[in-house]
Design a protein around this ligand. Structure first.
Ligand SMILES: [Zn+2]
Length: 61
């Protein structure tokens, strides 16, 4: 049994603003951001670690 990135992030990563689940945004095989479909914020991934801080998020409508 192996757990992939895709499996665990769905349980672990939620938006700190609205508690909605986050969706990975892959780019060239790497996840570079996590998008919240609840409030439209996009959280960056820095050094492989999701930065789930409201002040760092960008809002896309
Ligand atoms: Zn949100």
């Amino acid at each position: 049994m192996h757990t992939t990135w895709n499996d665990w992030y769905k349980d672990v990563l939620v938006c700190p603003v609205c508690r909605h689940g986050l969706a990975a945004q892959p780019s060239n095989g790497q996840v570079t951001a996590f998008f919240c479909s609840g409030c439209g914020r996009s959280y960056p991934v820095q050094d492989g670690i999701p930065v789930l801080i409201e002040a760092r998020a960008t809002i896309r409508r």
